[in-house]
Write a new protein. Structure first.
Length: 376
């Protein structure tokens, strides 16, 4: 039954509904106590009047869960409607106490529970305001009863009870306020922890220098893409890139210039990619491109477009005479093969490009794609 009441696609709404149902449980407890006290002669109402009172109160109790289930609560500044639930709970207790002839002190025990319930969302100022409403509300009810039924109530006893009640509520408001402050500290620390975890996760999958995906994460993504392709999903290609004569750049111009080259190379390649592609630094000057949903021919054309873009890069701010070229080897995934075999073929194609003097793209040796022979 409760599963049907719970919103299915919104976690926050499910939490709000869960809290509303918890409040409903508290209302049910209060109503049960009221029924027991009614049949014990604790109310100045006949049976019909008592039933009408319970119906009125339960219309209010059920309104908030209904608003949440219909998503109407989203229109409120506080979609959890905690203050509305707390205020209605206070009102129902005050109304119940107003119609009671005896045992009023038993109903007062529910007021601290209401304060504790609000401890998970109300601010300190809201706590103070809620405690004040409880105290003033109860004093007003007692004063009104003493005015309406002066012969049935002893003013001194009632106001002594009201004073004790006020002191208890003040004490509970301090406790609830501490809970609220602890909750805020815990929320702040959880937020900081979440940010730290997110940063660590980002560092775990990212190359620090270039900001690209690192080798470990690229291998994970390649295996995931293999699983998709093996199930009949999009095929893919990989391309190994290697910066030509990069060691000599480091040796002649220093590692600072080498780092600039790696960063700008990475940035330029990223600007050439589609959203579905992924580019990673495998180590040193070696990079891997995962080209999703393309065949060998299209992947080779895309890789050559990247080669031309890199050839056009200039580094006048760090080394006026520096030009950089890149070589690449492309291979297409074959169903059910291991990722290591695919990378090995791409690496062999890269080795072939290097053997041609660099600054070129080579596809894997003769590979048949839908009847199309794509030679090396």
């Amino acid at each position: 039954m409760f599963d049907k009441l719970m919103p299915k696609d919104d976690v926050k709404q499910r939490i709000r509904m869960k809290r509303a149902l918890q409040a409903l449980g508290g209302a049910a407890s209060q109503s049960l106590v009221s029924v027991i006290l009614f049949f014990s002669g604790g109310f100045r109402l006949d049976l019909q009047g008592f039933i009408l009172l319970m119906i009125f109160l339960w219309v209010g109790h059920l309104t908030i869960p209904i608003l949440i289930r219909l998503d109407i609560n989203r229109r409120f500044s506080d979609p959890s409607m905690t203050r509305e639930m707390v205020n209605w709970a206070i009102f129902t207790l005050l109304v119940t106490v107003f119609f009671m002839d005896h045992y009023r002190s038993l109903m007062l025990m529910y007021f601290p529970i209401i304060l504790l319930y609000g401890a998970f969302s109300m601010t300190p100022n809201q706590y103070r305001a809620t405690a004040a409403v409880m105290i003033l509300g109860y004093v007003t009810v007692i004063f009104t009863l003493c005015q309406l039924h002066p012969n049935q109530f002893k003013i001194e006893e009632e106001f002594v009870a009201a004073l004790v009640f006020a002191l208890v509520i003040v004490a509970f408001s301090f406790v609830s306020n501490e809970i609220s402050l602890l909750r805020k500290k815990l929320y702040r620390r959880n937020t900081e922890l979440a940010k730290a975890i997110e940063k660590i996760e980002h560092m775990a999958i990212t190359d620090e220098l270039t900001g690209l995906t690192n080798r470990r994460h690229m291998m994970h993504m390649l295996r995931r893409q293999k699983a998709v392709a093996d199930r009949g999903g999009n095929g893919f290609c990989v391309c190994f890139f290697d910066l030509d004569r990069f060691k000599s750049i480091n040796d002649r111009m220093g590692h600072h210039v080498g780092d600039v080259v790696l960063k700008r190379f990475s940035s330029e390649v990223r600007s050439q990619l589609r959203d579905s592609d992924m580019f990673a630094r495998f180590g040193g000057e070696e990079f891997v491109l995962l080209a999703n949903g393309v065949d060998l021919e299209r992947a080779t054309i895309a890789a050559d477009r990247i080669r031309k873009a890199i050839e056009a890069l200039r580094f006048k701010d760090v080394a006026p005479d520096l030009t950089v070229t890149v070589s690449g080897g492309v291979a297409q995934f074959q169903s059910k093969e291991k990722i290591e075999a695919l990378l090995s073929r791409a690496d062999q194609a890269l080795y072939s490009a290097k053997g041609k003097g660099g600054n070129c793209i080579k596809a894997e040796p003769t590979f048949d794609v839908d009847g199309l022979s794509f030679p090396n």
